[in-house]
Design a protein around this ligand. Structure first.
Ligand SMILES: Cc1cc2nc3c(=O)[nH]c(=O)nc-3n(C[C@H](O)[C@H](O)[C@H](O)COP(=O)(O)OP(=O)(O)OC[C@H]3O[C@@H](n4cnc5c(N)ncnc54)[C@H](O)[C@@H]3O)c2cc1C
Length: 311
């Protein structure tokens, strides 16, 4: 069985960047992923990736694919289900094939949790967003609703208050999980209103968001709130089953890494939204992917595990 220098799990910005850096070291690598682009494919517009002017998420994913081709990166369209460590080697078990590698870079990303209410999918990208850092400018001079009660929701409110005329935070409970100091800061903002014990039942409009139907979580009483933008900030899910028992994670289920993207398991590196980074952004995932590839190369070199040059 072929032994890869590095197997990269995931085809988002972190995985693609890791692959480019690893190939420029002439390593024998492959990306395992069912898509190239990851969450970028879901983004209507990406306006904050330096050097990228086309701006659509799918356009950026097309460029990723072209670059992988250019660097001769093998892409295996598959899904990793398990990784086992056997001495100096990793067995990477996918749905279709089993592979072996001397190092692994995990970049499986994350998915934003959704509200699962009518109108959410219909208006996603047309007024509904799950990332204020990505989309805050669309709320300029609009009324924006943020859903959630944690730090991400409150930080989104703070950012949006700089663009929107009014920001309303909706949370289904009356106790917020966000840090007290952050909550106090937000409460002082003149264009912010907090609505605890409230849930969104439906997002409505014709071609774009026009209002949301709210329901009081204690009384069930319903009302209509006029707004043009809805930001869903109710957390993320990290896909990690295949790494279970191998690497340490934090209380949010994110892989803990050091500044060289090394995990607690020697030979496994991780990058991007799967890790304990603070800001989930494409450029940050790409940067971390580059670090992971360079660190993986150093690891192989130091251990005397580099194979012959792979052109
Ligand atoms: C709607 C939306 C809009 C956004 N807008 C912006 C923006 O404007 N600017 C910005 O900087 N960021 C934006 N982001 C965030 C950005 O897309 C992410 O931070 C970035 O894509 C994270 O990159 P990643 O490579 O870590 O993970 P992901 O992009 O999540 O990629 C993970 C990859 O791993 C694969 N994978 C997962 N599990 C397995 C497995 N078991 N086996 C094999 N492959 C697997 C997936 O298929 C995918 O290819 C947006 C995100 C969303 C959802």
């Amino acid at each position: 069985m072929e032994i890869y220098d590095v197997l990269i799990i995931g085809g988002g910005p972190a995985g693609v960047s890791a692959a480019i850096y690893a190939r420029r070291k002439l390593l024998n690598i492959a990306i395992i992923s069912k898509d190239i682009g990851g969450q970028v494919l879901l983004a209507g517009y990406i306006e904050n990736f330096p050097g990228y002017e086309n701006r659509t998420g799918s356009g950026l994913a097309d460029i990723f694919e072209r670059q992988l081709n250019e660097f001769g990166v093998k892409v295996l369209t598959d899904q990793v289900v398990k990784i086992e460590k056997k001495g100096d080697l990793f067995k990477v078990i996918c749905e279709e094939v089993e592979l072996q590698a001397k190092a692994v870079i995990a970049t499986g990303g994350s998915t934003h949790k959704r509200l699962q209410v009518p109108g959410e999918d219909e208006f996603f990208g047309h007024g509904v967003s799950c990332c204020a850092t990505c989309d805050a400018p669309i709320a300029r001079n609009k009324i924006a609703v943020v859903v959630g009660g944690g730090n991400a929701a409150f930080q989104s409110v703070e950012l949006l208050s700089r663009f929107a005329t009014k920001v309303i935070l909706i949370h289904r409970r009356d106790n917020f999980r966000a840090d007290g100091i952050l909550i106090e800061r937000i409460k002082k903002l003149p264009n912010v209103e907090l609505m605890p014990n409230t849930m969104i039942k439906e997002i409505k409009g014709t071609n774009k968001v026009e209002n949301v139907i709210l329901s009081n979580s204690l009384t069930g009483e319903e009302c209509v709130l006029q707004c043009q933008k809805v930001f869903v900030e109710v957390g993320r899910e990290i896909r990690l089953d295949y790494l279970k028992g191998l690497v340490k994670t934090n209380e949010l289920g994110q892989v803990t890494v050091d500044k060289n993207q090394r995990t607690s398991c020697e030979g496994i590196f991780a990058a991007g939204d799967i890790t304990d980074l603070i800001y989930g952004q494409a450029i940050i995932a790409a940067g971390d992917g580059a670090v992971a590839a360079l660190a993986a190369y150093d690891f192989l070199a130091q251990k005397g595990l580099l194979s012959d040059v792979y052109r």
